[in-house]
Design a binder for this molecule. Structure first.
Ligand code: FNR
Length: 380
């Protein structure tokens, strides 16, 4: 029997493998972590009212989204610096996604060049953090286009850097600082030091932020790494319109919560929106996207509304679909799975979530996801 029976099992295993500052970088959130908690607690708001004796053989969890059919209604959310956590982490994530026919979103603050990830999985999506200046924005969009990506996700909930005091307390920062505390953590986690860090240095060299601009960014240990990300607190809807004019592929805006903003995203002509509080990592106290989902769906018109934050079970995903979500993204558990067993670990995690969905669909008395509607839920 596998040690991993549900997504949370990967977290405990990753915790023992990673030096504490790195585990904290993945697991933690901004300030008091209240959004992080709300992302999990919110699912308790609804219970299911299943139907019985409906003949549920031949069930399918496949899902149509933006002109494509995926094998499941969930994908892998963008996560920065994954290749520092797991050896070749972005490739592990994207290859597992390709083998399961689900989308993987490569982070704009990843350490693997977008060209290499696109080559490994041409169906992967690219997530951009917008540089501050128009010419840099357009150069980045051109690079994404040249590489061959068809779907661009713009993350817009990072106008200013969040207060990640929990990271600092744990000894994690960018640039990475080597202090006696972090060195001790590295010394006591040889599996990460040898299996991930040393192996990365030997096979790929010092990790760089590869995808922030048209060219390579700063190495993760460099002093100027934050300066390199530039000032972006002036970004506004005109920048989104600029990108819409220059990007003919699918354009998705991630990090929206207010219904008024969902309406605006639709007005600009974007193809979809991802409701998200960034996994609780930006504005502490921002509500769980599940709380605003019904309102967002009601103003979005034909634009698909996707959602992320705290999804760990098939039942969580079914609740979102019942409230009108078109698709769900999952972050941390897949990165933990990459930490513990690379592509094989991620594949196993995807398989677990798929089989939960398959089972839960039957238990609800349904055979396809299109039958999932609000009447399966009751508010507690
Ligand atoms: C993130 N997230 C994120 N989002 C984004 O748009 N670009 C990024 O580079 C990152 N980086 C990142 C790193 C790590 C370690 C985590 C955990 C998260 C946010 C991510 O895409 C997603 O919104 C949340 O992680 C979803 O919540 P769960 O599933 O992790 O609870």
């Amino acid at each position: 029997m596998s040690r991993y029976l549900c997504l949370d099992d990967f977290e405990a295993a990753a915790k023992s493998r990673l030096p504490h500052p790195l585990f904290t970088y993945i697991s933690s959130a901004a300030e008091t972590s209240s959004s992080l908690r709300d992302n999990r607690d919110v699912f308790g708001k609804w219970g299911f009212v299943p139907r019985v004796l409906r003949g549920v053989s031949g069930r399918s969890i496949s899902c149509d989204l933006l002109g494509k059919t995926y094998d499941a209604p969930f994908g892998i959310a963008p996560m920065g610096i994954s290749a520092l956590m797991a050896y070749d982490g972005d490739h592990a994530l994207t290859r597992a996604a390709a083998s399961h026919n689900i989308p993987m979103v490569l982070s704009g603050s990843s350490l693997t060049p977008m060209e290499a990830v696109h080559e490994a999985n041409p169906d992967s999506w690219f997530q951009a953090y917008l540089p501050g200046e128009d010419d840099k924005i357009l150069a980045l969009v051109d690079r994404v286009k040249r590489t061959g990506f068809k779907t661009l996700v713009l993350t817009v909930d990072t106008a200013v850097l969040a207060n990640r005091e929990n990271n600092l307390r744990a000894g994690f920062s960018t640039p990475l600082r080597l202090t006696p505390k972090t060195l001790w953590q590295f010394a006591t986690h040889p599996r990460w030091v040898l299996g991930t860090f040393a192996r990365t240095l030997m096979t790929k060299g010092m990790p760089h932020f590869e995808n922030s601009y048209a060219t390579r960014g700063a190495p993760i240990m460099a002093r100027n790494v934050m300066r390199d990300f530039g000032r972006k607190d002036h970004l506004n809807w005109d920048h989104l319109r600029l990108i819409r004019d220059h990007w003919q592929g699918k354009l998705i805006v991630k990090g929206v919560l207010a219904a008024a903003d969902v309406r605006e995203v639709a007005k600009v002509g974007c193809d979809a929106v991802v409701l998200s509080n960034h996994g609780g990592r930006q504005l502490d106290g921002a509500v769980s996207p599940m709380r605003v989902l019904p309102n967002a769906v009601s103003v979005a018109g034909n634009m698909p509304v996707m959602v992320d934050g705290g999804f760990r079970r098939g039942t969580d995903i079914l609740k979102a679909l019942a409230l009108g979500a078109a698709f769900v993204f999952v972050g941390r558990p897949f990165l933990y799975a990459a930490v513990v067993d690379g592509e094989r670990g991620v594949s196993q995690a995807v398989e677990i979530l798929k089989s939960e969905l398959h089972r839960d669909l039957g238990l609800l008395g349904k055979t396809t996801l299109s039958e999932i509607e609000a009447d399966i839920l009751m508010t507690h």
